[in-house]
Ligand binder design. Sequence first.
Ligand code: 4AD
Ligand code: MG
Length: 450
Amino acid sequence: MTNDRASPWVRISDIATHAGQQVTLKGWLYNKRGSGKLQFLQLRDGSGFIQCVMSKQDVPEDIFNLASGLTQESSIIITGKVHKDDRAPFCGHEIHATGLELVSASHEYPISKKEHGDAFLMDHRHLWLRSRRQHAILRIRATIIRAIRDYFDNNGFLLVDSPIFTPNACEGTTTLFEVPWFNNEKAYLSQSGQLYQEATAMAFGKTYCFGPTFRAEKSKTRRHLNEFWMVEPEVAFFELEDDIALAEDFLCHVVERVLNQHEKDLSEHLERDLTALKNVTKPFPRLSYDEAVKMIQEIQSTVTDTELKEQLQIDWGMDFGAPHETELTKRFDKPLVVYNFPAQVKAFYMKKDPSNPKVARCMDILAPEGYGEIIGGGQREDNLDLLLKEIAHEGLDTKDLEWFLDLRRYGSVPHAGFGLGVERTVAWICGLHHVRETIPFARTLDRLHP
Ligand code: 4AD
Ligand code: MG
């Protein structure tokens, strides 16, 4: 069908500007009900959903019969007049249909209106993406990504992407995906673009990278993906406090943008409690690791559930697990900053606190309502000798890190940055139980398909 002038092809998202006009819509049948005289065809075209009403008296018999026999997800082209009607489902407008063309019939669409299990839906992810709930989530994801880019682009940061094939580990050697490289060399998929951002920050002052990140973690939790997206800003002449202030301001900006643009998606399609999100304002509460451990120990002493009690067991020097973060964040109604973790549980590049070298000048930001860590970062070790010691201590190969050491040889300065995981942020903002719905096609321990 060509785009005829009398009845131009429009998208549902633009329908309000065509009230009273004759239009053509191209899409898929989402749902249908009807009688011998009227058919209510719910159409989705990717940009939205709209109800098209077809009356038997307005169309030739074969067209009405075609409408009566349409099956879910058949692709169709509908022409008709746009009527503004506040009571109309979906978008306050409906189409009084006068024409219908079947592009391709869909037989026995596997996802019906009844409840399906998570595994079934994930196996059919390529089709599940057509649902209203997935539309809401993935549109919010896109808004979050746009808000992230806008924030850094408008605040003097230069986008300088880090490579994905890397010769060395950034976040520990146990979670590297190895890939064959040329001449019998090994490469690894990037766990973080940070080390390269340290170089670009020394070149441009304030930079960020934003791309996919890979971790061969064998964790089967609701927070872990093996492929996820991370944004990583890095700033020269920044110390830990500057870094925390940046992360705080940035996170408020992202949440505010989503609230401004997606209130309906959040409250109607995702049943998200908006008050929790409206609370995300500066300043965030801050706890040192020491204070956080004390708080967890207090919580632990009052817990009666023996399994949880065991999970919450913590002594100074241990990293937080998901149960620690969950219980801790339940005590706060805003994102929580925890800083100065024990150096022994953190990566080699973290700057030691000069007054207490057992502690690293790093921070995590934990999302409220039990969501846990969404940001990790801190100040980097800028002293060549201390960094060399740490590299040796971790058993890393200095040969692959000579370029990184050069940054400490030629005009080293204090610097800091952080990484925010997009999927955990989407899960928190949308109020989702699991990160698997926050990315178009999740990659986890038990899922490489579709
Ligand atoms: O805390 P992480 O490991 O920090 C880094 O990679 C630093 N190099 C970042 C930096 O300072 N430039 O990861 C940062 C964030 C986490 O807070 C979390 O949001 C996300 O990345 N993340 C994951 N998201 C999903 N699945 C996983 N397996 C994740 N691992 C980390
Ligand atoms: Mg972390």
